[in-house]
Design a protein around this ligand. Structure first.
Ligand SMILES: Cc1cc2nc3c(=O)[nH]c(=O)nc-3n(C[C@H](O)[C@H](O)[C@H](O)COP(=O)(O)O)c2cc1C
Length: 251
């Protein structure tokens, strides 16, 4: 299979495999750690709601797993701030503290939490359209910029038009140092696994709330970085998911 072997991906996997003969004498990564939390200190804040009551018994896990689908057909209607709060909490909410670690709903290699969550909001009742950063510790949104960005986002996602009628879109970036300072190049694998866990939590929560959700990984990376004000080196966009009110049962 020379085609597979000729890819940079194959080389990366080979170079980052653990094996028994080198596991104890592999070189330590020479990468400084990153700040564990990102804050936009001077940003205007939007407090989120911790009102899960009324949602917890609506669906059991097994039926949610059975029903979950990637849904791209949205009414263009709004979701509530309570729903958005639940979605954010499901994706990255803090559920316990252990020493310096803020443990979350989704697991993370080494409890290093390299993933930052941003939300592009266009139709959430009570929140101005714009780009927001999720402050995990404070359970609040930090305003990055106001305005309508879903059109730009759809264009940056290779023209995937359904994004325009979403209520909001979750965007995830990776702060590479947080994980790679401990795990070196292999840490990149863990970063993408972390993002997968977070996104799956969001998708299941959306299904439980009877909202439509669709993960999206096809996008022009640097356009997303520019939208979020990321340098693409220390922190880079890696994944996103659209959320909207379901239009019928269609996908
Ligand atoms: C990593 C990843 C990237 C994806 N990227 C896109 C995308 O860019 N656009 C899209 O419409 N769906 C995307 N999807 C959704 C898949 O098309 C979908 O999961 C697949 O067709 C299986 O359908 P299901 O999710 O309804 O089970 C992505 C899914 C994953 C896991």
């Amino acid at each position: 299979m020379p085609d597979l072997k000729n890819t940079i991906a194959f080389l990366y996997l080979q170079e980052t495999k653990f094996n028994r003969s080198t596991i104890y004498d592999r070189p330590r990564p020479n990468i400084l750690p990153g700040e564990p939390f990102k804050r936009y200190k001077n940003a205007e804040k939007v407090l989120l709601k911790r009102r899960w009551e009324g949602h917890v018994d609506t669906n059991d896990l097994w039926s949610i797993l059975q029903k979950r689908r990637s849904r791209r057909n949205y009414t263009g209607g709004p979701i509530s701030i309570d729903e958005l709060s639940l979605l954010l909490w499901s994706a990255q909410g803090v559920t316990a503290q252990a020493g310096p670690y803020y443990l979350r709903t989704a697991p993370s290699a080494g409890a290093l939490y390299p993933i930052e969550t941003y939300v592009v909001i266009e139709r959430v009742s009570g929140i101005e359209p714009g780009i927001y950063h999720f402050d995990v510790k404070g359970f609040q949104l930090e305003t990055i910029s106001r305005g309508l960005f879903l059109g730009d986002l759809a264009r940056s996602a290779l023209g995937q038009g359904f994004i325009r009628s979403a209520s909001c879109v979750f965007l995830w970036s990776a702060v590479l140092r947080r994980t790679m300072s401990k795990y070196g190049a292999r840490g990149l694998r863990y970063i993408f696994l972390d993002a997968g866990h977070i996104c799956q939590n969001l998708l299941l929560a959306a299904e439980a709330l009877e909202l439509g959700a669709c993960p999206v990984a096809a996008f022009f990376d640097e356009e997303l970085n520019e939208m979020l004000g990321l340098d693409g080196i220390e922190e880079t966009a890696i994944y996103m998911a659209a959320i909207g009110r379901k239009r019928g049962e269609g996908l």
